[in-house]
Write a protein that binds this ligand. Structure first.
Ligand code: 4AD
Ligand code: MG
Length: 481
């Protein structure tokens, strides 16, 4: 029996003039009196392979049944293509129908569908060229993340998905419970009695693996997590998911500059990998983006085609700017003076909105920007305090079209300073006794950050909506599939 080949392998032509076997799904079928042309794809590449079926060899009743979406097993000879548009094709000797796809019911037509339509049919959208390309790039980025850290001697740590503390304050959490919601046990004071719950305490889905990663870094030196994180923010934007994946390195003996260097190096490494190894998928996505942008207003169009944009990021240093300098730039900016920002920048201390971040990146510096040393009042309790008493060693990496891609900091490693900040911010010490213990026993300077994986996939694929770069998006009022 012939071994089954992938479309990618067949298209490479190594098996030319030999008999081959392929199992895949039909993208299109067209034909004339004498032959049927069937384009097939199995997800191994953006390109389809053409099957040529002689109508003398095959019954009409067989060929007529084959429609878009059908699954076939084909045996035949891989030959140089007679037609233009492809180098090789398969001259079919046998066709077996593995699965029919009734044409009057199959939602996907051999034409372009809107992204909204594909989202509603997420069970089938893997079969679209766009989602195929995104899936391959998403995989390559996941693989690249592990490769990058592995080559640098980092250890991958699995941090818990169910946690007992919401101490980070990164956002609204989802509760985890197996209490009977129809009949919730109450304490004498009338509060929910979590001692009766599965874990004997209140628990939720994690918003970040950072605090646990810090524990590991204080022994293993260089670690990273890459896991799902959950935030019950009710934000229906093109950049937010309720369930997303985050990459969080944590490095002992690293200061904020080292942290910025690591973030920049990692982003460039990952983007470089895709540029180098996924030309075909990028070409396809770039072409689809150019089509999509034709209907947009000039000012909403991206200033560069996709691949040029990715190369540009590789070739330029990220601009490193303090929060204080950024506020100066924003205060004096046209959209601020002309009151075009929804949130006007009045002065130092303001939290930056995505409109401000995007102004800095897209209009002012025109490249990725790393903002650092933010006011302590708009950042988390664990960030290292600067001597000025006003700012902390935070850094955010901002990207064109995306806004915040990375958020991180140097951590407060001094026990007294950390305790004082926790008190000021009402973070309960009892809950985080283990986090404080680290500062008691062999504390060390350390830093880390969180990279929103889907935002990275969005940037690399040029997709405008984060829901189109994760197979099954979880967003407010939406958990289908
Ligand atoms: O800035 P954030 O909230 O940082 C943390 O959670 C830190 N504990 C990370 C660390 O230092 N280890 O989130 C990090 C990144 C953001 O920059 C953004 O890219 C992404 O996670 N992110 C989201 N992505 C999709 N949907 C959401 N709702 C997101 N919220 C944050
Ligand atoms: Mg952040």
């Amino acid at each position: 029996m012939l071994p089954k080949a992938s479309v990618k392998n067949l298209l490479s032509g190594v098996d030319i003039n030999s008999n081959v076997k392929l199992k895949a799904w039909v993208r299109t079928k067209r034909g004339s009196k004498n032959v049927a042309f069937i384009a097939m794809n199995d997800g191994s590449t953006i390109h389809n392979i053409q099957i040529v079926a002689d109508t003398e060899r095959f019954e009409d009743s067989l060929l007529d049944q084959i429609t878009t979406g059908s699954c076939l097993s084909i045996e035949g000879k891989l030959i140089e293509s007679q037609g233009s548009g492809q180098k090789v094709e398969i001259e079919a000797n046998s066709i077996e129908i593995l699965g029919l796809s009734p044409a009057d019911e199959y939602p996907l037509q051999p034409k372009k569908h809107s992204l909204e339509f594909l989202r509603e049919n997420a069970h089938l959208r893997f079969r679209s060229s766009t989602f195929g390309a995104i899936s391959r790039i998403r995989h390559a980025l996941i693989f690249g993340v592990h490769q990058f850290f592995h080559e640098k001697g980092f250890l991958n740590i699995h941090t818990p998905i169910i946690t007992g503390s919401d101490a980070e304050g990164a956002g609204e959490t989802f509760k985890v419970t197996n209490l009977d919601l129809e009949n919730v046990p109450k304490t004498e004071e009338g509060n929910i009695d979590y001692s009766k719950d599965f874990f004997g305490k209140e628990t939720n889905l994690t918003v970040s693996g950072q605090l646990e990663a810090e524990l590991a870094a204080m022994a293993l030196s260089k670690v990273y997590t890459f896991g799902p994180t959950f935030r019950a923010e009710n934000s229906n934007t093109t950049r937010h998911l309720a369930e997303f994946w985050m990459i969080e390195p944590e490095v002992a003996f690293a200061d904020l500059d080292d942290n910025m260097d690591l973030g920049e190096e990692m982003l460039k490494y990952l983007i470089g990998q895709i540029l180098e190894k996924h030309q075909d998928d990028l070409d396809f996505l770039e072409a689809r983006l150019i089509e999509e942008e034709k209907v947009k207003k000039a000012e909403d169009r991206s200033p560069m085609p996709l691949k040029e944009k990715l190369s540009f990021v590789l070739e330029n240093n990220f601009e490193r700017v303090s929060y204080t300098d950024a506020i100066q730039i924003l205060r004096n900016s046209k959209p601020n003076k002309k009151k075009k920002f929804q949130y006007l920048i009045e002065g130092w201390g303001a939290d930056l909105q995505s409109e401000h971040e995007r102004f800095l990146v897209e209009k002012h510096f025109k490249k990725p920007v790393i903002l650092f040393d933010y006011p302590k009042d708009i950042k988390a309790f664990y960030m290292r305090q600067n001597e000025d008493g006003e700012t902390v060693r935070a850094m955010d990496i901002l990207f064109p079209g995306i806004g915040e891609m990375v958020g991180g900091s140097q951590r407060e490693e001094r026990l007294d300073k950390l305790k004082q900040r926790m008190q000021e911010m009402n973070v309960p010490e009892e809950e985080l006794w283990w986090y404080l213990d680290l500062r008691k026993f062999g504390t060390a300077p350390h830093s880390g950050f969180g990279l929103g994986f889907e935002r990275l996939v969005q940037f690399v694929t040029g997709m405008g909506n984060i829901r189109d770069v994760i197979p099954f998006p979880r967003t407010p009022k939406n958990a289908e599939f």
